[in-house]
Structures are given as structure tokens and as C-alpha cells.
Design a protein around this ligand. Structure first.
Ligand code: C2O
Ligand code: CU
Length: 541
């Protein structure tokens, strides 16, 4: 393993999609941004020079950053933003991750245009736990907004309204067919008949889960969130925002062109974005390209059982070379309700339902982001930035999936962190509620990967639900879906001291307060304590 240096220049760049041109924030003028290629165990220094118009931070999604929360990135959680004209060097420390992760901006909604892949190859002398593919490709699902994304979210915040959906999903930056504006620039994945390819699929989209498939081709999923799985064969995958999946595809059809497509999985009362993005799997050879290549069968947009049938098949590889270690006991149990709420409106014009402001909460607390980063406040013992009393239970034990009573819709607001002693074995149960507009929530915790022991519908039952846990080969992930009107349980050891953000990876919900912060205290030695801060941290003001 070695140390590598990269430079990311944040700057406004003109892009044209859907026949309209706009200036948007990019890294090095690219959309999607550059691929960060590393080897397992590397340390990477990325100097981010902000030549944009507003303050921004960068997060390395899924990189655990042992003892190094200073370089984790979420704005006003672990650092203050890098101001225009300034720079900051992130030290990104890779430990046991291997496979695909990604990086993205972590300020407002800037991740819509500021994101890219992280490809972590095996150490020298080791190899994939599957036959070496002929070639590899990064496939990034994201969204295209014709307008300025910062203006969009600033306007929605000003009224408390639901932000407008994007104008199109994109695959490697392109909307693809059937939009006439995009046919010529549709992304093409070149293949040779008989060869096998490794696709590194990343869901960088903002607000919905997605189905992904390739016409006439089977997919073999071999890893999720940079952790290997027992290979599963499938005709489609369901991927949630924040997740990454490594997928093998063999070009075993007659040489031609085939559509690759992705569209949302969204099961909720209120429809949101329903566009489909496409690319083309293009075989080498002499053939007449079909006038309309075959299109994959994607599950229906609300097909919950198709989503579940896929997700519940995922199991950790759990081999000798890639062992797992599920904590067998639990020291700290945390039960967290996940809800979309409303707050009384104190704005000039109110955009939420029934003259309200939209909000969201964990344990009925809607998170307010402080003005100074929590990491600094914790490290330097500053008061009045956050409170240490995020509760282990919601304030009332109602019928979570049965009661959508109006008085439950009102959360409290605050900046409450959950403090955890170093080394504790933590179990978190996330319980969706039927308050507001129930839907799935992709929860993400920084600083860790953890085992997803199980999910289920209805209310979590502490006697019967744990009997369904998979303790043998649960997938090790950093993002997972809390099912609509259901629950999900994760387990991990709190062995990474620091301040770690936990939030729904649907950007609307994160903006509305579906967040909290986990503070893992130092252990007893310097090797189990937060590293000293770097010298050039951006200043807060
Ligand atoms: Cu993908 Cu808080 O991150
Ligand atoms: Cu959510």
C-alpha cells in the first residue's frame, strides 16, 4: 500500500443535456467526476481547491477512515465548508474495503453534480474471489436537473415545500433513449462476445431507489458496498441511493446492441420522478445495428415484492479469505423510528401540506445542523453546539405502522448526538412509521460498515423478530433500506472513535432532518483515539 496525491478542482462548468445548457459545479470539469483508483490499504491525499461560488465539502462514502473523522467531510458535522478560493487536503485512509465505493459533495444538494467512483483493487498478490473479468466499467446512476440545484433546494427550504424532482435520470451522465435530445450521446458499453465484464454500479441519485437491468443478459452480483457477496444470478437488481454493487455480465448473446436501463422503484402515496435512463450494450463485430434494440424487463415502479425478492437474497461471501465477524452479543440497543413529519409553518409562504413545513425525524427529533462542526465542538469541548442526549427509544411507543394520528406528525427539533463508549457492541433497530407519507428509507452511517441482520414488515417485535436474524452470513454494508411500514436491524462494534453522521440517503429527507450524529468515544490508548486534527482545516465563520 502507498500514499497517492490527487487534486480536485471544484469549478463551474457548462453542460448540455435534454437540449438545454447550464453551468454547474463539477470536479475537474467532469460529470460524473473522476474515478479515484486505489489499492486496498492505501492512503490517498486529495487536495480540493474550491474555485466555485459557494462553500463545499467532499465525503468518501463507505470509507471508514479509522480514527480520522477530520477527513470524512459532512458539512458542519466533521468540518466547516471549504470556502470559495480556499483549499483543503483530505487524507482518505482505506482499511479493509475492497470493491466499489464513491465520493460525493456533502453540502446542501451539491452531490447532484459533484460525485464519482472509488475503485479499490485487491492488494498485490491477492485477487478477486471470482474469475478475473476481461474488463471493468463504472456505471453511475444519477439525475439531471435542467435548473440550478442549489436554487431548487434553497427555494424549497424557504417555503418548506417538497423540492421538484429532477428532469431525468442519467447513466454515466447521459439520460439516453427515449429522449430525442440524448440519442446521439447515449452511453455505450463496448463488449466482445464471449467475454465477462465487471460492472461497478453506483447509485448517486438523489431521491429514489432504482431497478437496473440489461436486455437478454443475466447479472451476477458479487459485491455490495465494497464487501463480497455469495454470487447471485438475477435478471435485475434493486439499488438504493448511496449503495454500490459489483456485477458480472457475460456477453453471451449474438453480437448486436441491447438496452441497459434503470428506473425508479418507488412505492408511496405520492408519485415522484418516474423517468427511465438507458445506455447501450454494444457488441463488437459486423452486424446491422437493430433499429430498436431489445429492452430489458424492469419490475414495475411500485413492485415491492420484486425489490424484496432481490434484496433478501444478498448474503456475505463469508469465505476463509473474506471472513466476517458478526458480534454475537449486544452491549447497547438503540431503537429508532424513522418518519416524515410536518412542522408548524413560520415562513412567509408555506409549501407543505395543510399550510405546514415538511420535516423528517429519527425518534421524533428533527435534526438541526449546527453552525460550527460537531467534531470540533466535541474535540475542543465547546458548549452550545450539540446536545448528548439522542434517546435509545422514541418518546412514545405507539402502533408505529398502524397509527398515523395527526398528533404524531409533529416532531421536536434539536441537534442531539448519541454518545457510545469505545468498543461497545451496538445493535440498532430502525422502525418505519405510517406517519406522513410512508416510504422506504436508505439509512447510511459514516465511519462504519455493519451487518444487516434482518428486515421485516410491520412493527418490530422484540420476541419474534430477532428469531429471523441471519447471524451466519449477513451482508456487510454501509447503506441499507428500512422497508416502508417495516423494520431493519444492524449490528456493529463501535471501534472507530469519532463523530459520525447518520442519515437517510434520500436528499429530501436528509434536508428535512432525518439525521443524527453518533459520537464514539476514544479508547484507552492513542491507537484507539481520534488522531490530532490536520493543520489546514477550513475555518468556520
Ligand atoms: Cu453518501 Cu452522508 O453520505
Ligand atoms: Cu428517508
Amino acid at each position: 500500500s502507498g500514499v497517492h496525491n490527487y487534486t480536485y478542482i471544484l469549478k463551474e462548468t457548462n453542460f448540455t443535456r435534454l437540449c438545454s445548457t447550464k453551468s454547474m459545479l463539477t470536479v475537474n470539469g467532469q460529470f460524473p467526476g473522476p474515478v479515484l483508483r486505489v489499492q486496498k490499504g492505501d492512503t490517498v491525499r486529495v487536495t480540493v481547491q474550491n474555485n466555485g461560488k459557494y462553500g463545499v465539502t467532499i465525503h468518501w462514502h463507505g470509507v471508514k477512515q479509522p480514527r480520522n473523522p477530520w477527513s470524512d467531510g459532512p458539512e458542519n458535522i466533521t468540518q466547516c465548508p471549504i470556502k470559495p478560493g480556499k483549499k483543503f487536503t483530505y487524507e482518505v485512509v482505506f482499511s479493509d474495503e475492497e470493491g466499489t465505493l464513491w465520493w460525493h459533495a456533502h453540502s446542501d444538494w451539491s452531490r447532484a453534480t459533484v460525485h464519482g467512483a472509488i475503485v479499490i483493487s485487491p492488494k498485490n498478490g491477492t485477487s478477486y474471489p471470482f474469475p478475473k473479468p476481461y474488463a471493468e466499467e463504472v456505471i453511475i446512476l444519477a439525475e439531471w436537473y435542467k435548473g440550478d440545484v442549489k436554487e431548487l433546494i434553497d427555494e424549497a427550504t424557504a417555503t418548506g415545500a417538497d423540492p421538484d424532482p429532477s428532469d431525468s435520470y442519467t447513466l454515466n451522465g447521459q439520460p439516453g433513449y427515449p429522449n430525442n435530445c440524448s440519442v446521439a450521446t447515449t452511453y455505450r458499453l463496448p463488449v466482445i462476445q464471449g467475454k465477462t465484464y465487471l460492472l461497478r454500479l453506483i447509485h448517486a441519485g438523489m431521491n429514489e431507489e432504482m431497478f437496473f437491468a440489461i436486455a437478454n443478459h443475466k447479472l451476477t452480483v458479487v459485491a455490495q458496498d465494497a464487501s463480497y457477496l455469495k454470487p447471485i444470478n438475477t435478471s435485475y437488481v434493486m439499488i438504493t441511493p448511496g449503495q454500490t454493487m459489483d456485477i458480472l455480465v457475460t456477453a453471451n448473446q449474438s453480437p448486436s446492441q441491447y438496452y441497459i436501463a434503470a428506473r425508479p422503484f418507488f412505492d408511496s402515496m405520492a408519485p415522484y420522478d418516474t423517468t427511465t435512463t438507458t445506455a447501450i450494450l454494444q457488441y463488437a463485430g459486423n452486424y446491422t445495428p437493430p433499429s430498436s434494440p431489445s429492452f430489458p424487463t424492469l419490475p414495475n415502479i411500485t413492485d415491492k415484492s420484486a425489490a424484496d425478492n432481490f434484496t433478501t437474497r444478498l448474503r456475505a461471501l463469508a469465505s476463509n479469505d473474506h471472513p466476517i465477524s458478526v458480534p454475537t452479543g449486544v452491549d447497547e440497543r438503540i431503537f429508532i423510528t424513522v418518519s416524515v413529519n410536518q412542522l408548524p409553518c413560520d415562513k412567509a409562504s408555506c409549501g407543505g401540506p395543510n399550510n405546514s413545513t415538511l420535516a423528517a425525524s429519527l425518534n421524533n427529533i428533527s435534526f438541526s445542523t449546527p453552525k460550527i462542526d460537531i467534531l470540533q465542538a466535541y474535540y475542543r469541548n465547546l458548549s452550545n453546539v450539540y446536545e448528548s442526549n439522542f434517546p435509545n427509544l422514541p418518546p412514545s411507543l405507539f402502533n408505529f405502522t398502524g397509527d398515523s394520528n395527526d398528533d404524531l406528525i409533529l416532531p421536536s427539533t434539536g441537534t442531539k448526538a448519541k454518545i457510545i463508549e469505545y468498543g461497545k457492541r451496538v445493535e440498532m433497530v430502525f422502525q418505519g412509521t405510517s406517519i406522513g407519507n410512508p416510504e422506504n428509507h436508505p439509512m447510511h452511517l459514516h465511519g462504519f460498515s455493519f451487518y444487516l441482520l434482518g428486515t421485516g414488515y410491520g412493527n418490530f417485535n422484540k420476541n419474534t423478530s430477532p428469531k429471523t436474524y441471519n447471524l451466519m452470513d449477513p451482508p456487510e454494508v454501509n447503506t441499507f433500506g428500512v422497508p416502508k411500514s417495516g423494520w431493519a436491524t444492524i449490528r456493529f462494534v463501535a471501534n472507530n472513535p469519532g463523530v459520525w453522521y447518520m442519515h437517510c440517503h434520500l436528499e429530501r429527507h436528509a434536508s428535512w432532518g432525518m439525521n443524527t450524529v453518533i459520537i464514539v468515544k476514544n479508547g484507552t490508548t492513542s491507537a484507539t483515539s481520534i488522531r490530532p486534527p490536520p493543520a489546514n482545516l477550513p475555518t468556520c465563520s
